[in-house]
Design a protein around this ligand. Structure first.
Ligand SMILES: [Fe+2]
Ligand SMILES: [Fe+2]
Length: 389
């Protein structure tokens, strides 16, 4: 077992023991000492260790700890709003004990009352995702986006071409999809700080193209914000880009219909997750995750949504993440039957449905990200149709 995993395991033992024994019991001090020792040991090679707790994964620095997959205490921590834990320097034994007690208290409380932060300054920082935010908070001044050339013409035409190829030949060009995602990622990091460049829809029939790009950008931004490593971030980006691929099989009149769909039309519409997944599975083994996300991105946490499940399905974290980004972009975009919603309205919509429709910790992460990066979310008009030729 690696040092970071050993530290986390002993920390979890401390939580468990402290939950069992009263304040003065010697087991408490013993288990705390053991965890503290592991922390010092870890810090002897990594003075500023950082952990992110996702639903099924624990990320140390930028690497996923393979031996901590589905580590239950990590899921619990993430569930009470402790999605990140950082040690920024030497930690005293006393501070360590206070930190463990604070987390214990949160574990005993509801998630909503877990917002209070320890007031005394310590070298331990923990809480919602994006604590990397220490640097982000220093960067609160608005980002000058006006000078950045986000026409995105190249990327949009690439996405459009990918869709056309699938519609006409049933072929998916993985390299093209990956190149598009890489290029979007470069655009996001172009100014040395992250920006989330989203496209404003101009023509209704360009919806799937602009939407796919926006979901790819949001999924990558969120995956990165949650601490995933660069390769996973790009895999999530490809999954976001291709999540609605099955829509190429839906007749345009239904796709762009201004008004309520008939039952039959809705059935056709609701086939796009399985249609998309099938194309992706048949295309390339490397697209397994994208296929899963295409299939699952309309399934709700409480089992609602579609495709209809006979059994409750615990969807992949990537699907839950894309689901949130998908709904965000859909509601932010003007549709034939309604206007575009403002961002705060969409965020409260997501918040209201966290835990029923959406994964609660992903929604929390998404909202924190949008709030932290508020001024860096840019919306530019989609390029004119002519520019795509
Ligand atoms: Fe969809
Ligand atoms: Fe979508």
């Amino acid at each position: 077992m690696s040092d970071p995993s050993r530290f986390l395991t002993s920390l979890a033992q401390a939580f468990a023991t402290m939950g069992l024994y009263p304040n003065t019991h010697p087991s408490r001090a013993r288990t705390l000492d053991a965890a503290y020792e592991q922390l010092l040991l870890l810090q002897s090679t990594d003075p500023q260790p950082q952990f992110s707790f996702l639903e099924h994964e624990v990320v140390y620095g930028r690497t996923t700890l393979q031996d901590m997959r589905d580590w239950a205490p990590g899921t619990r921590l993430s569930g009470i709003g402790v999605q990140r834990l950082e040690f920024t320097g030497f930690v005293s034994r006393e501070d360590f004990e206070l930190f463990v007690e604070d987390v214990m208290q949160r574990l005993a409380l509801t998630a909503s009352s877990a917002e209070a932060r320890p007031e005394r300054p310590t070298a331990i920082r923990f809480g919602a995702v994006g604590l990397r935010g220490e640097t982000q908070q220093e960067e609160n001044e608005p980002l000058q986006v006006a000078g950045i050339n986000y026409t995105m013409g190249e990327e949009v035409s690439a996405i459009k071409w990918i869709h056309q190829e699938v519609a006409s030949r049933g072929n998916l060009h993985l390299l093209e999809a990956e190149a598009t995602v890489r290029s979007l990622s470069v655009a996001m990091h172009g100014e040395s700080r992250i920006v989330i460049p989203l496209l404003e829809l101009k023509e209704f029939d360009q919806y799937t193209t602009t939407h796919s790009m926006n979901v790819a950008v949001l999924a990558m931004a969120l995956a990165e914000y949650l601490g995933l490593d660069a390769r996973d971030v790009r895999t999530f980006g490809v999954a976001g880009l291709l999540h609605d691929l099955g829509k190429v099989r839906i007749p345009k009149e239904i796709l762009n219909k201004p008004g309520k769909l008939t039952d039959e039309e809705r059935q056709i519409m609701q086939r796009h997750p399985s249609d998309g997944a099938r194309v992706l599975i048949d295309s390339d083994r490397q697209l397994d995750l994208a296929a899963t996300v295409a299939y699952e991105h309309h399934i709700m946490i409480d089992g609602g949504g579609y495709p209809n499940m006979h059994f409750r399905r615990d969807c992949h974290a990537a699907s839950k993440l894309v689901h949130v980004c998908d709904v965000y972009d859909a509601l932010r975009t003007k549709r034939p039957y309604r206007g575009a919603w403002e961002s705060p309205k969409v965020l409260s919509y997501l918040e209201e449905r966290a835990g029923t429709e959406f994964d609660a910790s992903i929604v929390r992460g998404f909202i924190a990200m949008m709030q932290a990066w508020d001024l860096r979310v840019t919306r530019t008009d989609a390029p004119e149709e002519a520019a795509w030729k």
